[in-house]
Design a binder for this molecule. Structure first.
Ligand SMILES: *Cc1c(COP(=O)(O)O)cnc(C)c1O
Length: 423
């Protein structure tokens, strides 16, 4: 039975990334548990993408639920201007302890995109405060994605990203391919040697570019990009909103390359995927550039719901779980199973690559898939999988059981195989 709220409310909702004229209706959801999403008609779907990559501990983890309930009764929200509270200060201390060396200051934001905006603004004002206001552009990478707000859009891939329509309305940045060999690194080095006087920082999704196309680069490449950025006095901003919290195998993707970014953005799995929160961490040296008798040198940013106590309590509970439960081992097991079970897709018509990194499994198709045809087929298999462009991928909760993961990988093989047969 279709719920009344679905019928009544649907004509008033504007849905994300969606051509509302042609898109099929969304599915009414009534509950979540573990790795499953329960629909209003009673069906259950295994979630293969962890609610946009955020639900790392599975849905409704009792420890986070309890932390949220307790915080809810005491203080769901209080402003962060002139006031501080235990959940935020505890979280700030813990984040600086687990993130790469030297990231000692945390600015809380209310989403990933805003955490990126904060990172960009910090980098711009850092140079202004240091007397180098001409360093006011960013270097970013093709296939990159850093969020949906204007600043974040400006550093995402201008051609391929979800933001094509706004290409001419955002600040032009330097957009280059991720260097891959000695030759392209020499070019990259030469480019930065020429334009570093105009560049405040570079921003990168370390190891895995997510929404821009699920592309991987090696830890060596990441380390080399970092080295060249530092050589030319350019701030290195790591957007770990998707890669953080073991998604690529290490607690943070930067760890695999042994680098410490100047600025780092967190979001998505930060609260275990329960409630929105972003964080921007900076090296002490960056923070110090804002300390001055001149009030204009202060960092001018402060979202209304900054450091929301509920969100910080959820994030603290999520960190407790990371300390107690064997996520690293689970990611290793997921990586092995994804590699084993997605590999057969390589022989299917239309598939050009299969790649796995941590708890990310990607089947790369030759051309854009017919998303509208594919998505309902996954529902028939009892799974929640959302291909986009030429990518069919899995980023399941890190707690997914091997049997559930097998259903997900099996569904990908079957759906791609049945598509191939039809065309
Ligand atoms: C999702 C994402 C963002 C944006 O986060 P929101 O919470 O959706 O604003 C930014 N950067 C990366 C790498 C992301 O994957």
């Amino acid at each position: 039975m279709t719920p009344y709220w679905f019928t009544n409310g649907l004509p008033h909702i504007w849905r994300p990334y969606c051509q509302m004229k042609t898109e099929t209706p969304p599915l009414p959801v009534v509950a979540t548990q573990g790795c499953r999403i329960r629909l209003a008609d009673g069906r259950e779907l295994i979630d293969g993408i962890a609610s946009w990559w955020s639900v790392c501990h599975g849905y409704n983890h009792p420890h986070i639920v309890q932390a949220l309930e307790e915080q809810l009764r005491v203080m769901p929200h209080v402003m962060f201007g002139g006031l501080v509270h235990e959940p935020a200060l505890k979280l700030a201390k813990r984040l600086t302890e687990i993130t790469p060396a030297g990231l000692s200051r945390v600015f809380f934001a209310d989403s990933g995109s805003v955490a990126v905006e904060v990172a960009l603004k910090l980098a711009l004002q850092y140079w202004r405060n240091k007397g180098k206001p001409k360093k006011d552009r960013f270097l970013c990478f093709k296939d990159g994605y850093h969020g949906d707000t204007l600043g974040a859009m400006s550093v995402s891939d201008p051609e391929k990203s979800l933001h094509k329509a706004f290409r001419n309305s955002v600040i032009k940045q330097y957009v280059v391919d991720i260097p891959a060999d000695e030759y392209s690194f020499a070019e990259f080095d030469a480019l930065l040697a020429g334009v570093h006087g105009n560049i405040a920082g570079l921003i990168i999704e370390p190891l895995v570019q997510g929404a821009g196309g699920m592309r991987f680069h090696s830890a060596d490449i990441l380390a080399e990009i970092h080295r060249i950025a530092k050589k030319h006095n350019i701030l290195f901003i790591a957007d770990e909103i998707a890669t953080g919290f073991y998604r690529t195998g290490n607690l943070f993707a930067c760890n695999e390359a042994g680098i410490a970014p100047d600025i780092m953005c967190l979001g998505k799995a930060l609260t275990g995927g329960t409630i929105t929160l972003g964080a921007t961490l900076a090296q002490e040296e960056i923070f110090e550039a804002f300390l001055d008798d001149d009030p204009d040198k202060a960092f001018m940013h402060g979202p209304t719901f900054m450091a929301n106590p509920l969100a910080c309590a959820a994030a603290n509970a999520s960190l407790d779980i990371f300390e107690k439960e064997p996520r690293l081992k689970q990611v290793e097991a997921i990586e092995a199973q994804l590699a084993r079970e997605l590999e057969p897709c390589r022989d299917l018509p239309g598939v050009v690559d299969v790649r796995v990194k941590g708890a990310i499994g990607v089947v790369q198709m030759e051309a854009s898939v017919d998303v509208r045809a594919l998505r309902p087929k996954f529902i028939e298999h009892g799974v929640w999988v959302r291909p986009f462009k030429d990518i069919v991928y899995l980023m399941p909760p890190l707690v997914i059981a091997p049997e559930e993961l097998a259903v997900l990988t099996g569904s990908i093989f079957s759906v791609i195989a049945s598509e191939a047969k039809q065309s």
